[in-house]
Design a protein around this ligand. Structure first.
Ligand SMILES: [Zn+2]
Length: 307
């Protein structure tokens, strides 16, 4: 596992605050408690170490998760305890950020993008270019003249109920966006087209900035979706097959929290606070260096493990 030993990324500094690992606020319906995440972590370690006997490439992830203690956290996206802490941090800080926007009467849209091009076979998931995907989203947000946006990559294993299409991982995004809804929809429709796999690649709804809704893009549970080809039939969620779980955990571990996030004209500080940087000069050296850091994260997470 190639992981930078320096603890100077914004989320590493922000997650030094132990409250994100505790059970205090933010609270929302269905939010898991620390003991639940710890139980999940234990189970994940057991399962991964079992499979690492035949898949030695899983061993680094087992070591990372085993090294996650209350004193030193592993900060892997594949760690249920750390993923929960990051979700809590993001939810709290975005909520504070949105409360200020609410007073300014700025409407917030929930925008989900499921690009057909991001449907990949199981063995391609590890090779998925998240930096390129995030850049495409940001370019489209720019065309939509969006004020700011924040969200994250999400994953589902899609199985075609008719059996006509082979199963695919769907990498997609959930974003919170401020801007003109019509312009957003128009710009998205131009770039993200329907296909046999995805009948509706983007959708926008007005978003109530509750902790539950804000936490959704940062969710740390992933499902298998049985997608019928016949329109109008209900999509059924199921548990991920074991082989796909292993694939996903390895991908998540390489992704890092910065890599999973998509931010447009907003920035997290080292305290974890979220600020609007839309009004600032583009050449702001702080933003530039932050963007470089974001890309460095991506470079680190590329192509070192394959199975
Ligand atoms: Zn951890």
């Amino acid at each position: 596992m190639l992981r930078t030993p320096t603890r100077n990324k914004w989320y590493e500094l922000a997650l030094n605050d132990r409250r994100w690992f505790a059970d205090g606020p933010p609270h929302w319906k269905g939010a898991d408690q620390l003991f639940e995440a710890t139980t999940k972590q234990k189970k994940r370690i057991e399962r991964l170490s079992h499979f690492s006997k035949t898949k030695p490439e899983l061993a680094p992830l087992v070591r990372t998760l085993r090294g996650c203690t209350a004193r030193t956290r592993c900060l892997s996206v594949a760690c249920p305890v750390c993923a929960r802490a990051f979700k809590r941090l993001a939810t709290k800080q975005i909520r504070t950020f949105l409360k200020l926007r609410e007073r300014a009467n700025e409407p917030i849209w929930s925008l989900t993008i499921v690009p057909a091009e991001w449907m990949v076979s199981s063995d391609r998931l590890l090779l998925f270019d998240f930096a390129k995907a995030a850049a495409l989203i940001k370019r489209t947000l720019l065309k939509a003249d969006v004020k700011w946006a924040i969200g994250a990559f999400d994953f589902s294993w899609n199985v075609d109920a008719s059996g006509r299409l082979p199963p695919r991982w769907s990498v997609h995004t959930h974003l919170m966006v401020s801007g003109d809804r019509r312009q957003i929809k128009k710009a998205m429709a131009k770039v993200f087209r329907p296909s046999a796999y995805v009948s509706r690649p983007t959708w926008t709804t007005e978003m109530q900035p509750t902790a539950f809704r804000i936490s959704y893009p940062f969710k740390d549970f992933y499902v298998s979706k049985r997608k019928p080809i016949v329109a109008g039939e209900k999509v059924q969620d199921a548990r991920l097959p074991v082989a796909q779980k292993l694939r996903l955990y390895t991908t998540l571990d390489l992704l890092t929290f910065s890599g999973r996030l998509i931010m447009f004209r907003v920035r997290f500080g080292t305290e974890g606070n979220l600020t609007d940087v839309s009004g600032r000069k583009r050449q702001d050296p702080q933003i530039e260096s932050f963007m470089r850091l974001e890309h460095l994260d991506m470079a680190i997470g590329r192509g070192f493990i394959a199975f």
